[in-house]
Design a protein around this ligand. Structure first.
Ligand code: ATP
Length: 228
């Protein structure tokens, strides 16, 4: 693990894990990670780009580009870091395997898996989902417009494991669910891709250095394909 990748916050403080396609990474992701790091007193948030997402179209940018943009965007911020372990594995990575691998690297730190309520609503359909709680807490992100109806199993989980004090995230290595509503930022990668495809500017929605890199290539110039 490089020095940049090692958490720099309080010793033993939890590590946040934000997975996604990051096609491209934008200020919505980066600001969310900062809010969480500060509010939940995390040692670090690791942004983990996924390899080949099974349930959606394949990313427009290559894994190398997506990882590079995260590295560049987080280079000056010790609370944020790229974690490219899913890209280094062949094929699809199950979240439970990624968490097991993080647990091996960080045996003594709580892990906080960050996910939107819409994703949590479908958790009981995930591969070995119950094992997630052996490795990590879940931080549930409430976003306006994403009031997904929870499956009965997800509702029960929340009732059993829900906590409303961040101390639970610090005092135990795994197993709790904490809900958090960050100040909303209406930014999405699909909107950025759509703007570029139509020749409009996505300036200020993502770091300038990434935008310049995107504009230097033909990436996203083809007609945008919506993620929906
Ligand atoms: P797309 O528009 O291509 O679906 P996205 O911008 O939603 O992409 P992802 O890479 O799928 O980005 O997102 C990674 C994680 O970041 C997801 O959990 C997603 O819910 C969250 N996220 C993305 N944008 C925001 C935002 N503006 N505010 C808060 N969370 C966000």
């Amino acid at each position: 693990m490089s020095a940049k990748q090692a958490p720099t916050g309080a010793p033993g403080a939890p590590i946040g894990i934000l997975g996604g396609t990051f096609d491209p990474v934008h200020n919505g992701h980066l600001r969310l990670a900062m809010e969480l790091a500060t509010e939940l007193k995390l040692a670090q948030v690791r942004l983990i780009p996924n390899g080949r997402p099974p349930h959606r179209e394949q990313p427009g940018a290559t894994p190398g580009q997506r990882a590079k943009w995260i590295r560049v965007a987080t280079a000056d911020e010790p609370l944020l870091a790229l974690d490219d372990r899913e890209l280094l594995r062949r094929g699809h990575s199950y979240t439970v395997d990624t968490l097991a691998s993080l647990r091996t690297d960080f045996p003594d730190r709580p892990l906080c898996l960050i996910m939107g309520r819409d994703v949590f609503a479908k958790l009981p359909s995930w591969h070995r989902w119950e094992a997630l709680f052996e490795h990590a807490h879940i931080v549930l992100i409430e976003r306006p417009g994403l009031h997904a109806e929870l499956a009965p199993e997800a509702r029960e989980l929340l009732a059993e494991r829900g906590v409303d004090d961040i101390r639970a995230l610090h005092e135990h290595l795994a197993g709790a669910i904490y809900s958090y509503a960050p100040p909303p930022l209406a930014i999405s990668a699909s909107r950025i891709r759509a703007l570029i495809a139509t020749g409009a500017s996505p300036r200020y929605l993502l770091p300038e250095v990434i935008l310049e890199d995107i504009m230097d290539t033909d990436i996203y110039r083809a007609p945008a394909q919506s993620a929906e």
